[in-house]
Ligand binder design. Structure first.
Ligand code: AMP
Ligand code: MG
Length: 437
């Protein structure tokens, strides 16, 4: 059991007024413990779930040697005999036919062959398939002739166990099950798998100015968009997203929402109320309910953020703990902070083995202003230039409230902590949204 001061000690090693992104990522990961609970689900419900067990292949896949082509199966020894023949050709009598699912059960001699279709079981004593395009068939279809030099013994045959051998690890625990994995599991005859319980993430928006869709927009008010982006980002990761609505900037309401969230979820995400002007209220509350640090990240967008734990019993160590992320209020800052700081921690908690999203190099089409001492995640549009290289252009206004800059973009332009201004033509790192978002 961790004590309430541990997080504060952990954070004290850094300047919370300018916490580097890499330090925040490391702290957050350190505090993310995988949930232990697992359950069995059928294959059709396993997509995007996290495997809780290693999958060892119970059979050879394919189970038997079979033909990789439509053609004729024969004993490859005939090729050596043909080398001696005057014109180097092989002539074989067609003894029968084998289709996928309909094997040829007879015996053949070295001068015979069997007409086979792709996937057909290799007939006994056959180890080679000549593709139908390479043969000259007699008019009566009773024999074929082909040039021996075009083939080697064993050609066009798929070996038993070639895809997966019996006893070999097919998928590891921690794997997020994707479409190909479902197919792979089915090919092993496995109908259900052990997966981790889905991570439960409760989230709410804070702010007296927020209005829900359908309400009238009074002067100074905005529609609550963060709850929808959060919902979508959580669903994409297949988490159980628990929407707790909009909470007013009022101590009793905030406390109630935090306690409800801690009791029902593994993780609490909130947006708004952590900036300097507003933090007092949330700070006071979340510190009282648990162990929470307030950070000013050396990052743009998304400077203010709170991180820690909140306990359902209303005091550190009492009741159930939930990991707490207090995200900034600005809509772009919410998304960027989620992807760059929160996402990995949630995946770890869900039991997943992290697969860092690929970072590509791209030529910057324009100059970009950048101050050293903070990591920037600008929104950009990347495309392949005529020379085949990636080229990226920042999308419009980079203000942290301008959500259209995210919608128009297809990547983050990642400008590292120590990096200064970028000139047009310089190489920058980009992180494509596809696969991330
Ligand atoms: P805050 O961090 O609470 O000071 O909010 C910063 C800015 O983000 C303000 O302009 C808020 O109106 C805006 N904001 C906060 N929460 C939301 C939300 N849920 N949806 C849209 N905008 C928000
Ligand atoms: Mg606010």
């Amino acid at each position: 059991m961790t004590t309430s001061n541990e997080l504060s000690r952990c954070v004290a090693q850094f300047d919370p007024q300018a916490l580097p992104v890499s330090a925040a990522q490391a702290i957050v990961r350190q505090w993310a413990t995988p949930i232990a609970a697992a359950e069995r689900v059928s294959l059709s419900d396993a997509l995007d779930r996290v495997l809780a067990e290693d999958i060892v292949s119970p059979i050879d896949v394919p189970a038997h040697d079979n033909s990789a082509m439509d053609g004729y199966a024969f004993n490859g020894a005939a090729l050596a005999d043909a080398a001696a023949a005057a014109d180097g050709s092989v002539t074989l009598a067609v003894a029968g036919k084998a289709l996928a699912g309909h094997p040829f059960t007879g015996d053949i001699t070295p001068t015979q062959c069997v007409r086979v279709m792709t996937g057909a079981l290799m007939p006994a004593s056959c180890d080679t398939v000549v593709p139908q395009e390479q043969v000259e068939a007699a008019e009566d279809g009773q024999s074929i002739r082909f040039a021996a030099t075009t083939l080697r013994g064993g050609a066009n045959r798929r070996r038993a166990g070639e895809d997966l051998a019996r006893g070999a690890p097919a998928l590891r625990a921690g794997r997020i099950v994707r479409a190909s994995d479902l197919g792979l599991l089915a090919s092993l005859g496995i109908g259900d798998v052990a997966v981790r319980r889905r991570l439960r993430v409760a989230f709410f928006s804070t702010g007296d100015e927020l209005r829900s869709i359908g309400q009238s927009l009074d002067p100074g008010c905005v529609y609550d968009s963060n709850r929808y982006t959060l919902l979508a980002m959580l669903r994409r990761l297949n988490f159980d997203a628990i929407d707790l609505g909009v909470v007013r900037d009022e101590p009793a309401a905030l406390e109630k929402a935090l306690l409800t969230a801690a009791a029902s979820a593994d993780v609490i995400l909130t947006s708004g109320g952590v900036s300097v002007g507003e933090a007092d209220l949330t700070q006071h509350l979340s510190r009282a309910l648990g162990d929470v640090a307030f950070w000013s990240l050396a990052m743009r967008p998304g400077r203010p953020m709170a991180f820690g734990r909140v306990w359902s019993g209303g005091r550190a160590g009492v009741g159930d703990p939930a990991l707490f992320f207090g995200l900034p209020g600005n809509p772009v800052a919410v998304m960027v902070t989620f992807y760059q700081i929160v996402r990995d921690a949630l995946l770890i908690m869900a039991g997943a083995t992290l697969q860092p999203p690929p970072v590509l190099h791209a030529t910057s089409a324009t100059s970009v202003r950048k101050r050293p001492g903070r990591t920037e995640f600008q929104r950009g549009t990347a495309r392949r230039a005529a020379d085949g290289r990636w080229q990226v252009t920042p999308t419009g206004s980079q203000g942290s409230g301008v959500l259209s800059s995210m919608s128009e973009a297809n990547c983050f332009i990642v400008l590292a902590h120590d990096q200064a201004d970028v000139d047009a033509g310089d190489i920058v790192d980009i992180m494509l949204f596809d696969g991330l978002i």
